[in-house]
Design a protein around this ligand. Structure first.
Ligand code: PRP
Length: 211
């Protein structure tokens, strides 16, 4: 039997993903050690391997088959637009992709003015404004703390993840429009899905019982 390899998005999702996998008997003890510098973890009995990667890299590993299975947010899947199968909504990491800004930006959105949109997700922002809203905008790519952009007048609005909404509230911003709902997803390499169908379907069906 060959190894099945899991790529998990580092951070909040990885912890929950590992807890969920544990519920269906897929364990990886050495991965829980938060101090370890090891990059890859093996469960010899089950012939499984696991590694953590930056969220944006997970779809890349899965598309190329370096990982058979990935766990990553729908935001990253939409942004990366890789060739892979999205097989399961894992039901955690629920949040929304939204257009946010100060109240004063509302009318700029309604009047379809030319505005600047800052985001960590330029492809999602582009798709929303160009294909859904038919509004020409300037997209400014940022790498984090995106809520800063409208405050320091880098942009009129942002496209970003809203979970509790407290980051927005504490910075005088609000949700202006909802782009789409998000949550953690399981993705599978297209060739692996065929070659290892039985093993992968078992994992999917077991997970469905605990979601
Ligand atoms: C995310 C997101 C928002 C915040 C939303 O940022 O980009 O800033 O969480 O959460 P809330 O609605 O519960 O306040 P993250 O912490 O991932 O870091 P970042 O600023 O580097 O994007």
């Amino acid at each position: 039997m060959r190894y099945l390899t899991f790529a998990l998005a580092k951070g909040r999702l990885a912890k929950k993903a590992l807890a969920m996998l544990e519920q269906i008997g897929i364990t990886c003890e050495e991965m829980k050690d938060e101090k370890t510098r090891k990059l890859i973890f093996v469960n010899e009995e089950l012939k499984l391997k696991f590694f953590l990667a930056k969220a944006g890299d997970v779809p890349t590993y899965v598309e190329y088959g370096a990982a058979d299975i990935g766990v990553v947010g729908r935001d990253t899947i939409l942004e990366e637009n890789r060739k892979l199968y999205e097989v399961l909504d894992l039901g955690f990491g629920k949040c929304r992709m939204c257009v946010c800004g100060p109240e004063s930006a509302k009318e700029l959105l309604q009047h379809h003015d030319m505005i600047r949109v800052a985001s960590k997700y330029p492809n999602i922002a582009k798709d929303y404004f160009y294909n859904k809203k038919h509004q020409t905008v300037e997209i400014i790519k940022l790498n984090g703390s995106v809520e800063l952009a409208p405050i320091v007048n880098l942009s009129e609005v942002i496209v970003d993840i809203v979970e509790t909404g407290s980051t927005l509230r504490e910075n005088g911003l609000q949700v202006l429009e909802e782009v789409c709902p998000l949550s953690a997803r399981m993705v599978v390499n297209q060739v692996s899905m065929k070659m290892e169908n039985e093993r992968i379907m078992k994992i999917i069906n077991d997970l469905k019982q605990v979601i």
